[in-house]
Design a protein around this ligand. Structure first.
Ligand SMILES: Cc1cc2nc3c(=O)[nH]c(=O)nc-3n(C[C@H](O)[C@H](O)[C@H](O)COP(=O)(O)OP(=O)(O)OC[C@H]3O[C@@H](n4cnc5c(N)ncnc54)[C@H](O)[C@@H]3O)c2cc1C
Length: 642
């Protein structure tokens, strides 16, 4: 199942329901945008469920919801809300009509109590104009103004018959108990709960309160006394009050709770695909690339500075090393050419998406939009998938860098054994949705990446670090019970990788290296289940010619890369282009293209060419016509005496 189900006390939101639920709502909202593949989201889900259960009586004031950004249905909405990392926590004020995308909580402390207290603070940030319907005042009791302020208000209850109980929680100013008890009792009728501060000495003295927190109760029959609870804790105060005779839960509360939209169409049944453990599946790599390009990166509205550089380097490495189907490789190469030929320092991601989606309809470019996890499929839709495919992709790339030493020539990465790992490090640190994973990975890189001196070292470094992560996550909640985290490759996959020395298990790293080169080599990648398999077979493991940028491909031929903006490797590839093989990309008659944001149809383009040719012919004709006329005119009008 997905991380959250209808049985959980959270409201599951999706693209269909998110906006109409949280914008202009009568209550405030605290949403968690998560990704079901993100280990930290998985680990955090029990806390979030516990929090939602703990504050479910606060629903008239503030509600807890979740949005799964890994669900295809929610890709666009998560992009629109600018969700870059998971989990992202967003608050939405009640009655907010500004259509904004909420306020992000960036604190590192996500403990239940901290988040609950933040919810209280957030509620108090409302003004009296946008105060959530049904939420009682949370400020210290001062509703009756008089010379003595709040004391008089509460003291005026003494000896007075009322229709309901009034409970007053005495506490220090920074304590949350009073406000939490007020919110806990919100759906109950027959009593009012107020908060008073220990700084109100007069009131404390009059009611005989000597320590805080404590509670004082005014009965409807005008009697009053200190509330006698076993422990002065929120739960004890709240339970005591809920059990008072005559105090009932209001009938209508449940109707204010949001209906769970029938699993949101988030089907949990996925057909199981048979696969071999000893193979790598192209479908996983392509699904991973699809998710990376169209979902993970697409949450960034624009790419500039370091982000743009990281993206360009990532595309360079993948375009040159990805042993995929020609259609995918061509798409990556086209993207790379386009990126390096653009003089822009800032690129709107939508423009990149247009290319990834081949809006220009260049023949033979295609990356499937279908997600097909095979070797990376999980026993439930919430497990494995994307992070598994990302590991697989980078293992494949480290092996490709070793198997095809010339592949990165003229890219600025030639002879750099760290090309793939540094690119991965920067990608994971900059774009990977699981920020905590990125931090751990960065720590590992800082610790030992400088020890990598060859492409073989790079293969082994990534293998070691992946095993380190496996060891850390063994038994964690993100572990799929069907695919337990182990030190990999297991003896059944590679018996010679394992040895024993003095009764201790040791790796035979030479064997591990040989195994990794075979396992992640192009010939071990199965095309089974790949939606891209039709356009052409996967590229073989042989060295590939370096592509010479095809000038026809430049979206804007007038724009030459400025010396500063064109990356070093591109400048080199331009000058060394002679003798290099053509990428083989053929441009079909294009039905349309976009130049500087203006769309041109095929008819527009044909008209331009036609008019251009016609005006040339016309000008030439005019030139010869007048020249001929002037020659004839001169002798006829020659007057020697003038
Ligand atoms: C860079 C990175 C850092 C991450 N950090 C964290 C983290 O800090 N906390 C967290 O909860 N999750 C983290 N994740 C996610 C986590 O590592 C898993 O990817 C996720 O839990 C899915 O696990 P899985 O069972 O599919 O196997 P994965 O660990 O994703 O492995 C995928 C496949 O790679 C192969 N494999 C396994 N081990 C190795 C190895 N040592 N060398 C080569 N191939 C191997 C196996 O065939 C396996 O099926 C991270 C992911 C990435 C990409």
């Amino acid at each position: 199942a997905r991380l959250y189900t209808e049985q959980d006390p959270v409201v599951i939101l999706s693209s269909d329901s998110l906006k109409q639920t949280v914008l202009n709502s009568s209550s405030a909202w605290l949403l968690q945008f998560y990704s079901s593949w993100c280990g930290h989201c998985i680990q955090y889900s029990p806390t979030w469920k516990a929090l939602a259960g703990d504050v479910k009586d606060w629903a008239q004031a503030i509600q807890i919801g979740v949005v799964d950004c890994a669900h295809e249905k929610n890709f666009d909405i998560c992009k629109e809300f600018g969700i870059h990392f998971y989990p992202t926590f967003r608050y939405f004020k009640a009655h907010d009509t500004t259509n904004d995308y909420g306020k992000t909580y960036r604190g590192a402390d996500r403990e239940l109590q901290t988040v609950r207290q933040l919810m209280v603070n957030f509620l108090q940030n409302h003004t009296k104009h946008d105060w959530p319907v049904g939420c009682p005042p949370l400020d210290p009791a001062r509703s009756f103004r008089g010379k003595l302020g709040m004391s008089e208000g509460i003291l005026s209850l003494m000896g007075k018959k009322t229709e309901f109980y009034t409970a007053v929680i005495f506490e220090d100013e920074d304590s949350y108990i009073g406000r939490e008890v007020i919110l806990d009792l919100m759906p109950y009728e027959g009593l009012a709960v107020k908060r008073a501060l220990s700084s109100d000495k007069l009131l404390m003295e009059k009611l005989g309160i000597s320590s805080v927190p404590s509670a004082y109760l005014f009965y409807p029959n005008s009697t009053h006394t200190v509330m006698n609870v076993q422990k002065r804790l929120r739960f004890f105060f709240s339970s005591f009050l809920k059990l008072l005779p005559g105090v009932h839960r209001k009938q209508s509360t449940s109707s204010l709770q949001h209906p769970q939209p029938g699993n949101n169409g988030q089907g949990t049944q996925v057909e199981w695909k048979e696969f071999e453990k000893s193979k790598v599946y192209m479908a996983d790599l392509e699904s991973g690339l699809h998710y990376l390009m169209r979902v993970e990166l697409a949450t960034h509205k624009t790419l500039e500075g370091e982000e743009l550089k990281t993206f360009k380097d990532f595309v360079t490495v993948v375009a040159k090393l990805f042993p995929g189907h020609q259609s995918v490789v061509k798409l990556l190469e086209t993207l790379l050419e386009w990126l390096v030929s653009l003089p822009l320092e800032k690129i709107p991601y939508d423009a990149i998406l247009d290319l990834v989606n081949n809006k220009m309809r260049i023949s033979g470019l295609y990356l499937s939009e279908q997600v097909q996890w095979v070797g990376c499929q999980g026993s439930s839709v919430a497990l494995r998938g994307y992070p598994c495919s990302l590991w697989t992709l980078f293992h494949v790339l480290t092996v490709q860098a070793a198997n095809r030493p010339d592949a990165l020539a003229n890219t600025g990465f030639e002879d750099d054994p760290l090309a793939v790992l540094q690119t991965m490090r920067r990608y994971i640190g900059t774009f990977f949705g699981c920020q905590e994973c990125g931090k751990h990975f960065e720590e590992m890189a800082q610790e030992s990446l400088n020890q990598v001196k060859s492409v073989d070292d790079a293969i082994l470094w990534l293998w070691r670090k992946h095993n380190q992560v496996n060891a850390r996550l063994t038994g964690s909640m993100s572990q799929d019970p069907m695919f337990p985290k182990t030190q990999w490759p297991t003896p059944d996959l590679c018996p010679t990788c394992h040895e024993e020395q003095e009764g201790l298990h040791v790796w035979n790293e030479q064997m591990v290296l040989a195994f990794l080169r075979q396992h992640y080599g192009a010939s071990n990648i199965s095309p089974k289940y790949s939606s891209n398999s039709q356009p052409g077979p996967p590229a073989p493991d042989k060295p590939k010619a370096i592509s010479k940028p095809n000038s026809n491909l430049h979206l804007n031929q007038n724009l030459k890369p400025s010396p500063d903006s064109a990356p070093k490797h591109q400048k080199r590839s331009d000058t060394n282009g002679a003798g290099q093989k053509h990428t083989g990309i053929q441009i079909e008659a294009r039905p349309g293209m976009t130049i500087l944001g203006l769309g041109f149809s095929r008819v527009d383009m044909s008209l331009c060419v036609f008019l251009y040719a016609f005006s040339c012919v016309f000008l030439m004709f005019m030139f010869f016509f007048f020249r001929f006329r002037s020659k004839r005119w001169k002798p006829r009008n020659y007057r020697p005496y003038v």
